[in-house]
Design a protein around this ligand. Structure first.
Ligand code: MGD
Ligand code: MGD
Ligand code: MO
Length: 802
């Protein structure tokens, strides 16, 4: 989230697109309802009429996978009706930047596309530069090659009629949503966008998210209270896990994971440290060397020296894609020996799960670390297989649950909150920290004896106490970071003295010479000489905006709303004084309010002013992106399996996505749109809830939701057993016939949708077929998140169990 949960109450309009907060993030509804009590409007955009939709002022039905058309139309609507925040767009976004002569967009394809490799060369999309190498700009926004004009031209094709014929939305619903949300494109209004899996789980998921950000920038809604682009995150600490580098392409703190041609630290830093010549640009990622070296010092301690590149050579270098889907593919080919599943249940959670279950049998060994027996840990005795045919050796390590251990947890709003152990683990269950600690210690011992390239393990710095249970506070302290020698730092007019071993107070003091350690730079400041900031529980709220600055701690530097320098005009005065996030005090020469996005005076200060979007080298929010794999502007493409022809261009689906063989858009075989989602009563792959009798009683088995029209066409009654089939496989479920689902108008023809929860499997108390037997293993061009939300299927009455 750019903002945070409580801040939702400050919104005049809330666009919930591709998320269902009433069911999946119920507590957030408290703040959404607080906004509504103050006159805020809730707008829900979803293929299904959800409980969020039922509370909304306006609900718009959308065909799965067509959000770029929907949002692109809103961008066009704001531009055509002059509903955008002009000063914000001109001063704070890259609207005024001129794009180089070569850039072009034709018939659904951007320039520099390699049809063989299915890749673009984003260098061809660069800004035009002047003689000194700085981007050229036109502050009048009239130059036909400026981003603003290119944007206008691109989205002029997204007329209301065109959009609605793609999305299947009723025109009056579309206009109601567009009007209500775009009315926040004024200095005194705030609109927030909430999104989750309905937006991300798509072959153009990243471009979906970008479209939300672009709309928000046009409306001047980023950086302000009640604004922002707010991802409603999933697993309770998934924010923390991405912050700490869970994904294959990032290291802790969103540093890039090294690629094969980043041969040494110098080459890595050269490649990933952005440069700028503009003195008004803070270019915060220019600090990449400090954060990288401090991270390497956390990992390799005294072994990491300037002479050996701080042990950079020990990091694995990647070439290509190591996403979940790719790993499963490799596993299926027998290319992985072993797999550790720590709090993950891929036999149910991943796409095309019949393949995954088979692939598990190609492993020599499998370790699951979980609270329960899961479909993954018992894959070898799943229905339909003979355990004797499976050679994989399976180890199950019982894990302690979240309330049985101490540690931090980061919520969607980036608030890291410290939690305490409430109960002893049951039986032999151990904390994940204990398990990791044991892994590390045993591996160190084993590699002490030799092996191929043992140093990355043997040289690890591993100092979390001497007891049986590693000390979680030592981990947290290392993540924050400390000095490795006595230091004197001059910060403006202050001289600061630090002793070796002192905690680093904030990341601006981290160094690139080995004198500081920090396990995750964005958390520097979370555990200081004043103690564990994440454990703070002071419920004072001086701004009245719900920022509660002394409750827990949030990254970065306890800034509750990021990009808040864009909430003020270039002189530092809040666009909306009634909901001021920060304000420049010209007399005292300092900011008041939230922690500003950098200490410098406002942008107009001739000597020291900085642009607001400090993480980008050009300092301006990007209406036009320079570094995505599938284009600088989000463009509508159909999902890979789609019932419709792309009306926008001849290019049917995202050209930068490679499509596996087991997909089919044969409407004779698979005439219906399939989509998967979650429900309040169950959690994810199901181990957490299908083992609890009271939840099992509420939702005992797999079901499928269909409309009344589809039910009568197929002769299906509520409660009937049905069979659902895709090119990947087929499952059985009980039919739930409901008015919440309605068919879509797809180019004049009504197309039905089939709605499936994905929480079921063959382990636990309540069993049922898995929705993911049906879903395709194809993903977003940028992130590889699977297209779980839009595929084609058939449904028939009957089945073996009928
Ligand atoms: N009770 C409960 N709560 C949960 C979870 C759970 O399993 N159970 N899981 C947690 C996790 S890990 C996550 S990631 C979050 C996810 O939270 P959500 O994203 O809210 O979850 P979903 O139900 O998967 O999808 C949200 C909505 O997107 C809609 N949708 C599908 N396709 C499209 C589309 O193309 N466009 C649009 N605009 N909408 C579409 C679906 O109909 C659905 O109502 O929930 C978290 N909260
Ligand atoms: N079709 C379809 N598929 C989807 C989605 C969808 O919308 N549609 N959503 C996707 C999303 S957003 C997500 S996040 C994934 C989730 O996929 P998974 O992560 O595989 O699903 P979970 O059931 O949450 O698995 C978590 C496991 O961790 C265990 N666990 C709980 N607490 C602890 C702990 O403290 N320590 C350890 N070691 N284990 C613990 C639980 O018992 C559970 O078995 O699924 C994805 N799959
Ligand atoms: Mo998730």
């Amino acid at each position: 989230m750019t903002n945070h949960w409580i801040d939702l109450k400050n919104a005049d309009a809330i666009l919930a697109i591709g998320c269902n907060p009433a069911e999946n993030h119920p507590i957030s509804m408290k703040w959404i309802e607080a906004a509504m009590d103050n006159g805020g409007k809730l707008l829900a955009v979803d293929p299904r009429f959800t409980r969020t939709g039922s509370k909304a002022d306006h609900y718009a039905q959308i065909r799965p996978g067509t959000d770029i058309a929907f949002l692109g139309g809103m961008i066009n609507f704001a531009l055509q009706n002059n509903m955008f925040h002009e000063e914000y767009v001109r001063e704070y976004t890259n609207a005024s930047f001129i794009v180089n002569e070569k850039y072009d967009f034709n018939e659904g394809i951007f320039c520099a596309f390699d049809d063989q490799e299915k890749t673009y060369d984003p260098k061809a999309w660069a800004y035009a530069v002047d003689g000194a190498g700085s981007p050229k700009r036109d502050m009048s926004l009239k130059d036909p090659r400026c981003v603003f004009q290119l944007l206008k031209k691109h989205y002029s094709r997204y007329t209301v009629d065109m959009v609605c014929s793609i999305t299947g939305t009723k025109k009056e619903d579309y206009i109601a949503v567009a009007k209500a949300f775009c009315s926040t494109g004024r200095a005194d209004k705030a609109g927030t966008i909430l999104y989750a899996m309905g937006i991300t789980q798509s072959t153009h998921g990243t471009q979906n998210v970008r479209a939300t950000a672009m709309l928000q920038m046009l409306l001047g809604n980023i950086g302000i209270a009640g604004g922002g682009v707010n991802a409603l995150r999933g697993e309770s600490n998934v924010q923390g896990s991405t912050d700490y580098g869970l994904l294959f392409h990032i290291l802790p703190g969103y540093l890039k994971s090294p690629e094969f041609d980043n041969v040494d630290l110098k080459a890595y830093l050269e490649k990933w440290t952005p440069k700028t010549k503009d003195a008004k640009s803070a270019n915060w990622w220019g600090n990449t060397p400090k954060y990288t070296v401090s991270l390497l010092k956390a990992w390799y301690g005294d072994n990491a020296t300037a002479e050996n590149g701080f042990c950079y050579d020990y990091l694995p270098k990647r070439s290509g894609n190591y996403s979940f889907m790719k790993l499963m593919e490799k596993m299926g080919k027998g290319e992985l020996q072993g797999l550790v599943c720590m709090g993950q249940n891929p036999a149910v959670g991943g796409p095309d799960s019949l393949k995954t279950r088979e692939a598990l049998g190609k492993l020599d060994w499998l370790v699951t670390v979980d609270l329960w027996e899961t479909e993954t840990s018992i894959f070898w005795k799943r229905p339909g297989v003979n355990p004797k045919d499976i050679k994989t050796e399976v180890f199950m390590l019982p894990a302690a649950s979240s309330v049985e251990k101490e540690g931090s947890i980061s919520n969607s709003g980036r608030w890291a909150q410290w939690r305490y152990k409430a109960a002893e683990p049951v039986g032999d269950a151990k904390s994940d920290l204990w398990i990791i600690d044991q892994f590390a210690k045993h591996m160190k011992k084993a590699y002490q004896k030799g092996g191929t390239f043992p140093e990355p393990i043997t040289k690890l710095s591993w100092n979390y106490g001497t007891g049986e249970e590693p000390e979680v506070h030592l981990v947290a302290k290392e993540i924050n970071g400390y000095f490795t020698k006595d230091m004197t730092i001059v910060d403006k007019d202050k001289t600061l003295e630090f002793k070796k071993g002192d905690q680093v107070p904030m990341f601006k003091y981290l160094q690139d010479d080995g004198s500081t350690v920090s396990g995750c730079w964005i958390y520097c400041g979370s555990y200081t000489k004043d103690g564990n900031q994440m454990a703070r529980r002071d419920a004072s709220d001086p701004t009245g905006l719900g920022m509660f600055p002394k409750w827990s701690w949030c990254w970065p530097v306890n800034r509750r709303i990021i990009y808040n320098r864009a909430s003020v005009n270039p002189d530092g005065a809040p666009f909306n004084p009634k909901r001021a996030v920060i304000a420049w005090d010209a007399l005292e020469k300092k900011w008041k309010g939230d922690v500003p996005d950098g200490p410098w005076p406002p942008m107009n200060d001739a000597k020291e002013g900085k642009y607001p979007f400090i993480m980008l080298p050009e300092g301006h929010g990007r209406l036009y992106a320079l570094d995505l794999k599938d284009g600088p502007f989000p463009e509508h493409y159909e999902p890979i399996e789609s019932p419709a022809k792309n009306l926008m261009s001849k290019v049917q689906s995202n050209p930068a996505v490679k499509v596996p063989a087991n997909m089919s858009s044969d409407l004779n075989k698979y005439p219906f749109v399939g989509t998967t989602y979650r429900m309040t009563e169950h959690w994810q792959a199901g181990a957490m809830t299908r083992s609890l009798p009271w939840l099992v009683e509420l939702v005992p088995t797999m079901f499928v939701e269909i409309s009344q029209t589809l039910a009568s066409a197929k002769g299906i009654n509520n409660g009937d057993q049905v069979k659902i089939t895709t090119e990947r496989g087929s499952i059985e479920a009980k039919a739930l016939v409901t008015t919440r689902l309605k068919p879509f108008n797809v180019q004049g023809k009504m197309v039905e949708q089939v709605g499936l929860p994905w929480h079921f499997g063959y382990a636990g108390l309540a069993t049922g077929d898995s929705g993911n037997v049906l879903t395709p293993s194809v993903g977003c061009a940028n992130t590889s998140i699977p297209e779980f939300k839009a595929f084609l299927c058939n449904i028939e009455k009957g089945g073996k169990r009928a």
